[in-house]
Design a protein around this ligand. Structure first.
Ligand SMILES: Cc1ncc(COP(=O)(O)O)c(C=O)c1O
Length: 398
């Protein structure tokens, strides 16, 4: 039962404020959502000012407003402003955190089977460089994350628990707070990939108990491309090695050495695209104004509605399993390659994505999946859109 669901007029307002919803059914929100118009106009206006007044001069004029981005992000995840670094994307955020740890041969890293390709590559690289041991925890036959297996996998060599809240190509949600409880109980560093959950599911780093969290801007947060953020708990800051430096990293430098700045912005580059930062800020503000709790209810509802419609259709195989399912809906059309499904839907102005095995390698390999259709809903989608998509899918199955 939904509490305080969006009214029809609220949904129409969200759509009116999102030009992209006019002529297209966008079900690739797990790829990149349609941004609200205010995100785009904010960036365009800023770029125009830069072109006329100069990049540094415009940045100086907007300095305070740009810095406000960290505050809003901190609010979004219940963190402290000093614990947020703006980076280019979620892969960058995750890898800054992961590669910042000091691994020794034999150190164990426990991961979920839902890790994204960037995370898997970084893990394999650390295996090669330092001899870490990667332990994977697979979901059970019902798609549940087995917490007892996680607990059993922990030894005195466990250095890190790293899991993904919402996978790239599966609809389940991992019990991240329960995982955090286990991590805390055993005093193990906990890194969370919240790339697909930020903007979709409420995030509270205190309730989750993670030490680091990686997010991108363009997915469920509805921000621009090329932005993301890393959260690092204050107590973790000094435990992470810095792998790159520029003037932004330090508070002072002389010929003998330097002093690293005390906050998480030590992980930022000086040079960024301020227009994109302001766009991200507007997107976060937009989500906060609506309320992520309400967004999550709507996304859960729409995705369940979509799966139910498809369950009643012949020759559609839904792949999502688990106790909590999110806006990412994955399926195959029997005997029709995913690329063909995507093309046929695209011809009707419907955007979906194809999930290939490497994107979520451990999970896809275990399930024997490759080239599945990923249709990801957001709160601005409608039941009518979903019915239309199902009608088109029905035609594809015939
Ligand atoms: C679960 C998950 N983690 C990380 C990433 C990487 O995000 P980015 O492309 O912003 O680096 C993705 C991208 O699809 C993802 O789905």
């Amino acid at each position: 039962m939904q509490t305080n669901p969006f009214s029809e007029s609220e949904i129409q307002t969200f759509r009116a404020e999102t030009s992209g919803t006019a002529d297209r059914i966008h079900l690739n929100n797990a790829g990149a959502s349609l941004p609200p118009d205010v995100v785009v106009s904010t960036m365009v206006d800023f770029l125009q000012e830069e072109a006329i007044y100069g990049g540094y001069e415009t940045e100086a004029k907007y300095r305070k407003q740009l810095d406000y981005t960290h505050h809003l992000i901190a609010q979004l995840i219940n963190a402290n402003v000093d614990e947020i670094a703006l980076v280019e994307n979620a892969s960058a955020a995750w890898e800054i955190a992961f590669n910042g740890l000091h691994f020794q041969p034999g150190d164990e890293v426990i991961v979920s089977e839902m890790e994204y390709v960037s995370n898997v590559l970084a893990l394999l690289n650390a295996q090669k460089l330092y001899g870490i041991v990667i332990k994977k925890i697979a979901s059970d036959a019902y798609g549940f994350f087995p917490l007892h297996e996680l607990e059993m996998a922990i030894t005195n060599k466990t250095k890190l628990i790293a899991v993904t809240h919402v996978p790239s190509t599966a609809g389940n949600v991992l019990p991240v707070a329960a995982i955090g409880e286990i991590a805390r109980k055993h005093n193990i560093v906990y890194l969370l990939d919240a790339c697909q959950s930020a903007g979709q599911i409420p995030l509270d780093v205190e309730a989750i108990g993670c030490d680091m969290l990686a997010v991108t801007g363009r997915k469920y947060l509805r921000g621009p491309r090329g932005c993301g953020f890393l959260y690092v708990r204050k107590q973790m800051l000094e435990r992470l090695r810095l792998s790159y430096f520029d003037g932004r990293t330090v508070t002072s430098i002389n010929e003998q050495g330097f002093i690293v700045r005390p906050d998480a912005r030590r992980f930022e580059w000086y040079e960024k695209n301020p227009a994109v930062i302001l766009g991200l800020q507007k997107a976060v503000e937009y989500a906060l104004n609506i309320g992520v709790e309400r967004i999550w209810q709507r996304v859960e509802y729409l995705a369940a509605f979509f799966r139910k419609q498809m369950q009643e259709m012949l020759n559609i195989e839904i792949h999502d399993m688990g106790d909590v399912l999110c806006g990412i809906v994955t399926f195959s059309v029997v005997d029709v390659p995913a690329a063909e499904v995507r093309e046929k839907l695209a011809a009707k102005n419907i955007n979906v994505h194809i999930g290939k095995a490497p994107s979520t390698l451990y999970y896809m390999n275990r399930r024997g999946l490759d080239g599945i259709v990923r249709a990801s809903v957001h709160y601005y989608n409608t039941e009518d859109e979903i019915k239309l998509v199902c009608k088109e899918l029905q035609a594809i199955t015939k």
